[in-house]
Design a protein. Structure first.
Length: 240
């Protein structure tokens, strides 16, 4: 499994142990002056701090590398955390919460990082996410209902980030959302381009929020978050 954010080889930063004291004055082992030794310690401690902050970033969430042939563009840390926090806030008010993540593996990973107990299912085309075991379901939007019947009308929360900005792709993902969604109290979050605003309103009755999703690499298209419910003071609220 390719995972560039873990298993990073790094050189040891330990200050080398001083050699044994020379036995005679003829020993020509180079010695550092006390000032040079002090400067070396400061340098190594700075370098160690930089590596530690890099490790913190890697610990945020370990994801596989983006594959652009699959239209993979991962959210940046702040976006993933904001959406995950919103989903978990909704979960807190539901008697039996569960979340379907359609083609948004970063969200699934952040949900699990923040609350490992939250019931969540990732539907994805990329088989590298089989690493999530029984919480991974292979999914191709071209066969929108080719899914296990056990998932039908099961989820009170469905989040989707379709791979393409076409009408056809959103129509098919809409079929999947309706297949998965529980009929009673339910919540849809759709992350996609601004260009899908009218279509997402027609197909699913969604409206855009003020919050602007960002990606770890800059994209040309403006992205939006559309929801089926009014988030009120969260996510910048519903826009008119
Ligand atoms: C625009 S990305 C959304 C990823 C999201 N921004 C994240 O960080 O998790 C679209 C996703 O659709 C998936 N995908 C690509 N082709 C697909 C297909 N035929 N059916 C379903 N999903 C597909 C990609 O693997 C990718 O994860």
């Amino acid at each position: 499994m390719e995972n560039p954010r873990v298993n990073l080889e790094r050189p040891s930063n330990d200050v080398p142990a001083p050699r044994d004291a020379p036995e005679d004055d003829d020993n020509d082992t180079p010695m550092l002056s006390s000032q040079a030794l002090e400067a070396l310690k400061v340098f190594l401690s700075e370098q160690n701090r930089e590596i530690k902050s890099g490790e913190d970033a890697a610990e945020e969430v370990a994801l596989v590398a983006e594959d652009w042939r699959l239209s993979q563009f991962w959210y940046d840390h702040s976006t993933a955390e904001t959406i995950a926090t919103e989903v978990l806030t909704i979960c807190q008010n539901l008697p039996s919460p569960s979340v379907a993540c359609i083609a948004c593996p970063t969200l699934y990973a952040y949900l699990k990082k923040i609350d490992p107990q939250v019931p969540a299912q990732l539907l994805e085309y990329d088989q590298r996410f089989e690493q999530y075991g029984s919480e991974f379901t292979i999914y191709d939007y071209n066969q929108p209902e080719d899914l296990p019947l056990s998932l039908k009308h099961t989820f009170p929360i469905v989040v989707a980030d379709p791979p393409y900005l076409s009408k056809e792709c959103l129509e098919k993902v809409t079929e999947t959302i309706k297949f998965l969604l529980r009929p009673k109290e339910s919540y849809i979050l759709l992350l996609t381009g601004e260009v899908q605003k009218d279509r997402s309103a027609e197909l699913l009755g969604l409206r855009p929020c003020g919050f602007r999703p960002q990606h770890s690499r800059k994209l040309g298209n403006e992205f939006r978050l559309f929801t089926s419910y009014d988030p009120e003071t969260r996510l910048g609220g519903w826009e008119e």
